[in-house]
Design a protein around this ligand. Structure first.
Ligand SMILES: *[C@@H]1O[C@H](CO)[C@@H](O)[C@H](O)[C@H]1NC(C)=O
Ligand SMILES: *[C@@H]1O[C@H](CO)[C@@H](O)[C@H](O)[C@H]1NC(C)=O
Ligand SMILES: *[C@@H]1O[C@H](CO)[C@@H](O)[C@H](O)[C@H]1NC(C)=O
Length: 435
């Protein structure tokens, strides 16, 4: 090897190292989890289109302004996930100290084989340490396609879900709880009003303690195909009484009378869907976004309409509506993304684009107050980034220096990644999935 090349290579690797800290470019993904902790949007797991499993843990700092085309992700060095996982759920503890990562497909980091020996992992934010808590009581059922929510006494509720074995699987309608204070698992014994087995729904817990389950796939009988849940039928779980109920709701027509779904002449304003997302706003609206359709036992690669809809939970009977302008500047039809609420923004991360079946862009922002898709984000006024007292000239000099270095290193890393991606050709299959 020529010396100049060696020199170039060592410079390149040094820059790469700097890069991994300053300018991390995360692989695109879907079926991941995202949690906001201490003003950082943390991304956990997900399915990437690479033969190497990705374990990196990284975040977006929400105390800095940015736009969706210029994102700076930060890699949490050496603190990757303990397991490769997708189609799992992540729940933040009440004191904002710990993330519970539960279920999903799990692959052992060392053997690269499926490994369900630990079904719950916890991440301690202050020490960046992962642990595998052993439940004091009860057993954790292995499940995929679930969504956990936590009530104000620290109990996580996980409804039903899927258990894939050799491309076939069962779906469930049981309610499992994890008491984060005592580390106990309980499968609640409920007999009345049981909903059908269901997966890939959304779940949001209202301040009253009622969990609202929307959409997903359900199974009417053991040998029946999975079918999409009607969006007019909402499942409610009362966490105080530990009781199920169902609500049949109405739409308000805020749009011109248009039947979104041409197949349904009676006017299906909100297409049923799975692999979609939801957030609950402080004024009691659940905003859903995206998702994918399903018919006759297989995934339908059709966009669901409308992309975005709002369920007002303040009324006695909840009401669906479609905010006007919510299609303006909206992301393409996506599924397998996540949504988090941060102040006035619903932040959408990753996912897959339906039309092209490509991985989606990294981030989209929807302002829930103005009901508009926006491309720039600014932190709330009361939260400012720390400024230093460097003399201005020095600061500018340093800034330019670091900026230049960043630019060079970003270029290098892009070249490096492009080359690496080109070398990868084997496509990983998702077991138990017909996606
Ligand atoms: C946890 O974080 C949320 C959102 O930032 C905040 O509203 C809440 O007060 C925090 N809870 C505790 C116990 O710090
Ligand atoms: C499905 O359930 C069985 C029995 O509990 C378990 O052994 C298996 O690991 C589960 N599979 C998945 C993919 O969760
Ligand atoms: C995944 O990678 C393969 C091979 O590189 C490519 O053909 C395919 O389009 C990629 N899929 C997505 C969703 O990016």
């Amino acid at each position: 090897m020529y010396f100049p090349f060696k020199l170039f290579k060592s410079i390149f690797y040094t820059l790469l190292l700097i890069n991994s800290i300053l300018c991390y470019v995360p692989p695109k993904r879907f079926l991941h989890n995202s949690v906001i902790i201490n003003d950082q949007l943390l991304i956990l797991g997900g399915y990437t289109n690479t033969t190497d499993y990705e374990f990196e843990l990284f975040f977006l700092n929400l105390l800095k302004p940015f736009d969706i085309y210029n994102l700076t992700w930060t890699l949490i060095e050496d603190k990757g996930l303990p397991v490769y996982t997708w189609r799992s759920t992540s729940v933040l503890s009440l004191d904002n100290s710990t993330i519970y990562l539960i279920g999903g497909f799990m692959i052992n980091k060392n053997t690269l084989e499926y490994d369900y020996s630990n079904l719950v992992y916890t991440y301690d934010y202050s020490t960046s340490k992962w642990s595998t808590p052993v439940p004091d009581e009860g057993t954790v059922p292995p499940r995929q396609d679930i969504k956990g929510v936590i009530d104000n006494s620290g109990i996580i509720y996980i409804f039903g879900g899927f258990n894939a074995t050799n491309l076939l699987g069962n779906i469930y309608n049981d309610m499992n709880t994890l008491n984060t204070a005592s580390d106990t698992w309980t499968t609640l014994s409920i007999s009345g009003n049981l909903p059908l087995p269901c997966m890939e729904y959304t779940a949001d817990i209202l301040p009253s303690g009622t969990i609202v389950y929307i959409g997903g796939l359900e199974q009417v009988s053991d040998d029946a195909n999975f079918t999409l849940v009607d969006m007019k039928k909402i499942k409610l779980f009362d966490t105080h009484k530990l009781e199920w109920s169902q609500m049949q709701i109405k739409y308000t027509i805020t749009q011109p009378i248009v039947t979104f779904n041409s197949k349904d002449a009676t006017g299906s304003y909100i297409d049923p869907r799975w692999y979609f997302s939801s957030v609950l706003t402080s004024d009691g609206n659940i905003i859903i976004l995206g998702g994918i359709s399903y018919s006759n036992g297989s995934v339908v690669l059709d966009g669901v309409r409308p992309k975005l809809a709002t369920l007002d939970t303040n009324k006695n009977s909840f009401v669906w509506s479609i905010p006007s302008n919510s299609e303006v500047g909206a992301p393409p039809s996506i599924y397998g993304h996540t949504a988090n609420l941060y102040n006035d923004y619903m932040i959408i991360t990753f996912g897959k684009e339906l039309d092209l079946n490509n991985f989606a862009s990294q981030v989209y922002f929807y302002n829930i107050k103005s009901n508009k898709w926006v491309s720039t984000f600014s932190p709330p006024d009361n939260k400012t980034t720390t400024t230093n007292n460097f003399p201005k000239a020095l600061a500018i000099g340093l800034g330019t220096g670091i900026g230049g270095l960043l630019l060079i290193s970003c270029t290098f890393i892009t070249i490096f990644i492009v080359r690496r991606i080109r070398q990868r050709s084997v496509i990983l299959e998702i077991p138990g999935s017909n996606l």
